[in-house]
Design a protein around this ligand. Structure first.
Ligand SMILES: Cc1ncc(COP(=O)(O)O)c(C=O)c1O
Length: 414
C-alpha cells in the first residue's frame, strides 16, 4: 500500500489495524479481480485463497453476474417498498426450489449477521420459548444477537451483557447437546462445518442426531450456512451431505455472486406462522432490493449451470490430497489438513507459524487468512472457478513458503 494510503487508513479508519498491516507487510491496494485472481494497483497478480472469507464462490466479477447487475442497475436498484418486487419474488421461488426438503419461505436482508439475527428472532417467535443453544468456537456474526450465540469470548467481553438464555456446548459433541436441549429450547444454531472456528467437520451422524434431538423437544434447528452455503463444500448446501433439513437456513456471502451484499433466511412453513400475527414484525429497508436479488438469482443460475458444487468436490479432493503430502513433508509446521470441497483448513503447530506462512505466501502473491476464532488455522478457500493449474501454482508457492520458514521453525513454535 502506498504510505499515503496507509496513513489515511490509520488516521480515518482503524489505527490498530493499520499497525497490523504494517507489521505483517501486507501492504497492497486491491484494484480489480477476475475468477480466482485479484490484482493490486501496482499491477501485481494474486492467487486468492482467502476467497473473501467465503464470498467468491463464482469468482471475482463473473461476466454473467456483472451483466445482470448492470441491466438491473439501469432499471431499478432499490425498491419503492410499496409495490411488489419481481427480483425478490423470483429469488424466493428459486431458493425454495434449490434448498432441501420443504424449506419454502425467504426473508431477505443484507449480511450474514442479519440473517442470524433474524433467525434467532424467528425461532423465539415461532416456539414461544427463549433458550438458544449454540456451539463453542462458532462464528455467527457481530451484531448483538449473533454475537451472543458466537463462541469467542474475546469478541464478546467488552459488550456484556449479551442476550440471556444462551447455552454453549462443544462443537461436534452430540451428548453435550442431548444434555442441554429441553422443552424450553427455542432453537439450536450450528454451522454444518465450523468456518471461523478452524474449518471443523463434525462426525457424520452429528446433524442427523441433532435433528432428532430438536424434533423430540420441539426445538428448531437453525443451520448457519453463511460460509458453507452455495456449493462451497461440494453440495449446494452443506446440510445436504447428511440429508438433514433445518427449520431455518441462514445464507449470505456467496449468494451475492461476488458482486452484491445480500443475506437470506429460508424457513419451513412451521417456522413462518408467526408472521400471521403481524406481517411487518421483521423488516429491512434495503433487504430484498431488486439489484441484490437479481444478482443472487443469476449467481444461483451460474452456480448450478457451471456445476460449481461438483468442481468444489473434485478440485477439493485433489487439493486436500496434495496438501496432505505437504503435511508429510513439513510435519513440524503442519498439524492437520482438513475440510470438505474447497473449504479447507490447514492447522499449524502454532499461531506464529501461521502468521509467518501468511506473510511468506503474500510475498509470493498468494492470499490466505487465518480463521477468526482459531489463529492456528489458515483457511484455503479459493473461488470454485479456480483451475487445477492455479491450485498447482498455489501448492508450489506454499511449498516454497514452508521451506523458507522451516529453518526458523523452533523460534516460531515458541
Ligand atoms: C458462519 C457465519 N455466520 C455468520 C457470519 C457473519 O456474516 P457477515 O460478516 O456477513 O455479517 C459469518 C462471517 O464470516 C460466518 O462465517
Amino acid at each position: 500500500m502506498s504510505e499515503d494510503l496507509l496513513t489515511r487508513y490509520e488516521r480515518y479508519m482503524n489505527p490498530a489495524l493499520a499497525r497490523v498491516f504494517r507489521f505483517t507487510g501486507i501492504e497492497a491496494v486491491e484494484d480489480h479481480g477476475r475468477g480466482a485472481v485479484l490484482w493490486d494497483e501496482a499491477g501485481n497478480e494474486y492467487l486468492d485463497c482467502a476467497g473473501g472469507y467465503g464470498v467468491f464462490v463464482q469468482g471475482y466479477q463473473h461476466p454473467r453476474i456483472v451483466a445482470r447487475a448492470k441491466q438491473q442497475l439501469d432499471k431499478l436498484a432499490l425498491s419503492s417498498r410499496v409495490l411488489e418486487s419481481r427480483p425478490a419474488i423470483d429469488l424466493a421461488e428459486k431458493l425454495a426450489q434449490v434448498t432441501p426438503g420443504d424449506l419454502q419461505y425467504s426473508f431477505f436482508c443484507n449480511s450474514g449477521t442479519e440473517a442470524v439475527e433474524g433467525a434467532l428472532k424467528f425461532a423465539r417467535a415461532a416456539t414461544g420459548r427463549s433458550k438458544i443453544v449454540s456451539t463453542q468456537g462458532a462464528f455467527h456474526g457481530k451484531t448483538f444477537g449473533a454475537l451472543s450465540v458466537s463462541g469467542r469470548p474475546a469478541y464478546q467481553e467488552p459488550f456484556l451483557p449479551l442476550l440471556p438464555d444462551i447455552e454453549r456446548v462443544p462443537y461436534g459433541d452430540i451428548d453435550a447437546l442431548r444434555n442441554v436441549v429441553d422443552f424450553g429450547t427455542a432453537a439450536v444454531i450450528v454451522e454444518p462445518i465450523q468456518g471461523e472456528g478452524g474449518i471443523i467437520v463434525p462426525p457424520d451422524d452429528y446433524l442427523p442426531e441433532l435433528r432428532n434431538i430438536c424434533d423430540t423437544h420441539g426445538a428448531l434447528l437453525i443451520a448457519d450456512e453463511v460460509q458453507t452455503g452455495i456449493a462451497r463444500t461440494g453440495k449446494l448446501f452443506a446440510v445436504e451431505h447428511s440429508r438433514v433439513v433445518p427449520d431455518l437456513l441462514c445464507l449470505a456471502k456467496a449468494l451475492g455472486g461476488g458482486i452484491m451484499p445480500i443475506g437470506a433466511i429460508v424457513g419451513r412453513p412451521q417456522a413462518w406462522t408467526f408472521f400471521e400475527h403481524s406481517p411487518l414484525i421483521h423488516t429491512s429497508t434495503f433487504g430484498g432490493n431488486p439489484l441484490a436479488c437479481a444478482v443472487a438469482v443469476e449467481a444461483l443460475n451460474v452456480t448450478v449451470e457451471e456445476k460449481l458444487a461438483d468442481r468444489a468436490a473434485s478440485l477439493g479432493k485433489y487439493f486436500l490430497e496434495q496438501l496432505r503430502l505437504l503435511q508429510n513433508q513439513y510435519p513440524r509446521a503442519i498439524r492437520e489438513v482438513r475440510g470438505r470441497g474447497l473449504m479447507i483448513g490447514m492447522e499449524l503447530a502454532a499461531a506464529g507459524v501461521g502468521g509467518a506462512l501468511i506473510s511468506e505466501l503474500f510475498q509470493r502473491h498468494v492470499l490466505a487468512v487465518y480463521t477468526l476464532n482459531n489463529e492456528r488455522v489458515i483457511r484455503l478457500m479459493p473461488s470454485l472457478v479456480v483451475t487445477k493449474e492455479q491450485l498447482d501454482r498455489v501448492l508450489n508457492r506454499l511449498n516454497d513458503a514452508l521451506e523458507e520458514i522451516y529453518s526458523d521453525i523452533e523460534d516460531l513454535l515458541e
